[in-house]
Write a protein that binds this ligand. Structure first.
Ligand code: BGC
Length: 398
């Protein structure tokens, strides 16, 4: 357990939200129909334009686009989308959200973006399947004066998105690697051997997770096998792990670095199929998916990284609403800049947390984070504990 943390994670999220609300006073004002000629006059003109005051809006209010990358990872449909939509509808109630999910097919996302632009969206929130390919989408949008928020994954490809909202993603990789290294050391492994399966090479986040992990591992562990799961596919991770085990044998590795919970599930399935007890091979993950938390409580997965999606999605909704109105976010909202190869993109970066069953070492416990924050709503504990009652009791989750 990390005792230095002065506040609980729920208090942290609450304080983030308080800052966000203070930071977006304009968004709390009653939304004007996009055609109201005072729209855009209350704040400074947003980068990328936003709806110009002279625009004639579609009857009944205008539109914005929310384009998410995939649905095999639970977060997008279960958290990102509902949290974004809930906040955005509260702040900009007359504005329609055009939503699409690309199921990790970059060409489909390109078409979905073109369709949204053709429908006249005034702001685009884009979580790219392929960060480089999505540069073309941003360039198309900007040519029509549509501001773009790069959501969770950074958009590159010679483009200039207006904002980037995400987590400190190199830190995610560091947290995963530190937790695994600590565990292997505590288990008495002198020269730990690990396998690494990284995320999709087309996702800039995957590169950052990998870089962060290598900063911790290099020189301290022996990486016996390393590869990437194309498009973050759990079944791809499962196949890779099968191949690794076939090549190095069940004793050839002490632990497994997996970039997220979906691919951790695939790797753990491969271990089981090869007759390996996953409890003997600490495995990392990310996203705090219910299935992963259950594996953690059952001892089959060692850790996950908890990223509070709600503030990420809600801050993005606040930004999107401000941009829709042609306003610039108030001072203090944007906390940094991240270079995407073309420009320094004004950025909001949130803090990830390493989580294990009981909060070993530098990590925090499931009870103190995901459960306390009600990450999956009021019945978070019930969802996690269904079929895992004893493990929940042991982990003080109720
Ligand atoms: C996200 C992760 C997610 C992965 C697969 C990354 O860009 O940050 O939370 O697990 O994509 O969708």
């Amino acid at each position: 357990m990390r005792h230095v943390t002065p506040t609980s994670s729920s208090a942290r999220v609450a304080s983030i939200m308080a800052v966000a609300l203070l930071a977006f006073p304009a968004c709390k004002k009653e939304s004007k129909p996009a055609g109201d000629d005072t729209a855009g006059k209350e704040g400074e003109k947003a980068p990328g334009g936003g709806p110009s005051t002279g625009d004639t809006p579609p009857a009944g209010g205008g539109k914005i686009a929310l384009l998410l990358p995939e649905s095999q990872t639970a977060r997008y449909e279960a958290a990102d989308r509902p949290y974004f939509e809930g906040k955005f509808k509260e702040l900009c109630p007359d504005v329609e959200i055009v939503y699409s999910n690309a199921n990790q097919v970059a060409a489909d996302q390109q078409q979905q973006a073109e369709a949204a632009i053709a429908q006249g969206v005034k702001v685009m929130v884009l979580d790219p399947v392929d960060g480089d390919a999505a540069g073309a989408i941003v360039n198309d949008a900007k040519a029509k004066n549509i501001p773009v928020i790069s959501y969770d994954r950074l958009i590159k490809g010679g483009s200039s998105p207006d904002y980037y909202v995400s987590f400190d993603n190199e830190r995610v990789g560091q947290l995963q690697a530190q937790a695994l290294l600590e565990k292997l050391t505590a288990d008495g492994k002198k020269e730990p051997k690990i396998t690494m399966i990284n995320g999709s090479p087309t996702d800039n986040n995957a590169t950052l997770f990998k870089n962060g992990a290598h900063k911790v591992f290099d020189g301290k562990v022996k990486i016996v096998k390393e590869d990437a799961a194309a498009n973050w596919k759990p079944e791809e991770a499962q196949q890779l792990m099968e191949q690794f085990i076939a090549a190095i044998g069940p004793k050839g590795f002490d632990g497994a670095y997996q970039a997220n919970d979906g691919t951790a599930g695939g790797a753990i399935a491969a271990m089981k199929a090869a007759g390996i007890d996953p409890k003997t091979k600490p495995t990392t993950g990310q996203d705090a998916e219910v299935a992963a938390i259950q594996r953690i409580l059952a001892g089959e997965q060692y850790m996950t990284v908890y990223k509070a999606i709600r503030p990420e999605a809600e801050k993005t909704a606040e930004l999107a609403c401000a941009l829709y109105k042609g306003e610039k976010p108030a001072d203090g909202v944007v906390t940094g800049k991240v270079n995407n190869g073309t420009i320094d993109v004004p950025s909001v970066l949130l803090t990830p947390i390493a989580v294990t069953a009981d909060g070993a070492g530098e990590t925090e416990s499931v009870a103190d984070t995901i459960v306390k924050d009600k990450f999956y709503g009021d019945d978070t504990a019930a969802q996690i504990c269904k079929g895992y009652e004893k493990a929940c009791e042991a982990a003080k989750i109720q």
